[in-house]
Design a protein around this ligand. Structure first.
Ligand SMILES: [Zn+2]
Length: 193
């Protein structure tokens, strides 16, 4: 009996019959599976090429609908990715997002702007206490701008900065002296250090 190489896995084997191509049944099935799927992929591709504009329009429409009905969906995806990357806990779910999402920022009450292009009014997921990660009771939807101001700090710092900005702005616009709100910021920083 002649020794030959399997058509599928290239392992040498001794053929029992003249036309045996495969070393084993799994290799035979695998070959059949791959051939079948190559055919399916080919016909899918033919269909795609023939209906390209229609399919692109359909997928854009679907994406647009997702964007309006589940604007939080991509946020969950990126949060999951970030949690894995930074080794933080993650247990956010679609149910949690649906129950939590109000369409407005939880800190400022400003409505989110749902554009594809990111702006300070885009929604983001904020970790209330950053080191606790993406746990359901530690997360909320806030403006990108608010999240950027808070960064990796506590709410107290963010409020102190916001108050200082407002005071400064008011002081400069009506020509009064500026209250020293930065003392609070400095105090909270030295407390945590
Ligand atoms: Zn084989």
């Amino acid at each position: 009996m002649a020794e030959r190489n399997c058509y599928q896995c290239s392992t040498p084997f001794v053929a029992r019959t003249g036309h045996q191509k495969f070393c084993s049944k799994p290799c035979c099935y695998r070959e059949r599976y791959l051939r079948k799927h190559a055919q399916i992929r080919k016909s899918q591709k033919r269909y795609y090429v023939a209906n390209r504009p229609k399919l692109i329009a359909q997928s854009n429409e679907w994406r647009e609908r997702q964007h309006q009905t589940k604007p939080w969906a991509p946020l969950l995806g990126t949060a999951k990715y970030r949690a894995k990357k930074e080794g933080l806990p993650f247990n956010l779910t679609a149910e949690w997002a649906l129950a939590t999402w109000k369409g407005v920022c939880e800190i400022s009450g400003i409505p989110f702007v749902l554009n594809k292009r990111r702006s300070v009014f885009s929604p983001t997921i904020d970790k209330i206490i950053p080191k606790l990660g993406y746990e359901q009771n530690n997360c909320r939807f806030v403006l990108f701008g608010v999240n950027a101001l808070k960064y990796n700090s506590a709410d107290a710092d963010m409020y102190a900065i916001a108050a200082a900005i407002t005071a400064c702005h008011r002081g400069s616009s009506i020509g009064q002296s500026v209250p020293s709100a930065n003392k609070t910021v400095l105090a909270s920083h030295t407390d945590r250090a």
